[in-house]
Design a protein. Structure first.
Length: 279
């Protein structure tokens, strides 16, 4: 059993998520109980029963609400325990980043984040959790389990970014009419955004697992990809490609369910056509 406080916040939920996801043998099928802060489950000592663990409540080993505790948080305490038990690697930069952000939020440092008064903050997880509690249409466990799904996605996204940066750093640069470009071979998701943040204005992505080819330009690029699409259609059937009406995207194959016959063009073919259009 994992016990935390009523209306769990991001720190409490992340602490529970770390236990469930990375100590599966003990907590993979754990049930959850919620108690008023700062009490414990049935008012028992927090760490006496090996089958009951308290996180972010109760004053036990995974609760930082004690003297000096403002320098850590429940998620960080759980992470350190998992590292000590060799259930996660101390070098897992993505988990460390998630825990560090949870600590910032739990110690109210997020008030110094840029744009903290922007409406876009309403889409941030730590702002959504208390709003869900106030709605009172989802109970504590429902909110906790929803956030578990979100945290699964965050962890995967960070891993994709890590792989994406590595792939971009190994990519092949080129110059074009659309600006500075790069060819990236990777199966990681949405690498175009990573590459655009690194200063590339056109990104050619070859999914080396599914065989997809995608071309994307940065939002600030004015020249559409129409001329490149027209040139591609001279080489093979247009049925193999989708030209997005924004003018910024051109792709063969998609995870969004568009059933298209895979292109027979190779990366060198695309680069040749990009150079021809650019000249």
């Amino acid at each position: 059993m994992i016990v935390t406080h009523i209306h769990p916040d991001l720190d409490a939920i992340m602490a529970a998520w770390l236990l469930v996801r990375f100590d599966q043998s003990r907590y993979g099928d754990a049930k959850f109980e919620f108690v008023p802060a700062p009490t414990t489950y049935k008012n028992l000592p927090p760490d006496n029963d090996p089958n009951i663990v308290h996180v972010d409540v109760g004053g036990g080993k995974f609760d930082h609400h004690r003297p000096g505790g403002f320098t850590t948080c429940a998620a960080k305490l759980v992470f350190e325990e998992l590292v000590a038990e060799k259930l996660v690697s101390e070098d897992d930069a993505n988990l460390k980043e998630m825990v560090a952000i949870a600590l910032e939020i739990d110690t109210f440092q997020d008030c110094y984040w840029p744009g903290t008064d922007s409406p876009r903050m309403a889409l941030m997880l730590h702002e959504i959790i208390p709003a869900l509690h106030r709605l009172q249409i989802h109970d504590n466990e429902a909110v906790l389990r929803m956030v578990f799904v979100y945290l699964d996605g965050v962890y995967q996204r960070l891993k994709d970014w890590e792989k994406g940066k590595e792939a971009v750093n190994e990519g092949t640069e080129f110059e074009s009419a659309w600006g500075r470009g790069i060819i990236v071979e990777t199966a990681a998701d949405d690498i175009s955004k990573t590459a655009q943040k690194m200063g590339y204005e056109i990104v050619v992505i070859s999914d080396n697992q599914k065989g997809f080819l995608k071309i994307k330009t940065a939002p600030g690029v004015k020249l559409p990809l129409q001329a490149l699409y027209d040139k591609i259609c001279l080489r093979e059937s247009a049925e193999r490609w989708v030209y997005h009406n924004s003018g910024h995207m051109l792709f063969s194959g998609s995870d969004k369910g568009m059933l298209k016959e895979p292109t027979q063009l190779k990366l060198n073919d695309l680069l040749e056509m990009i150079k021809e259009v650019s000249s």
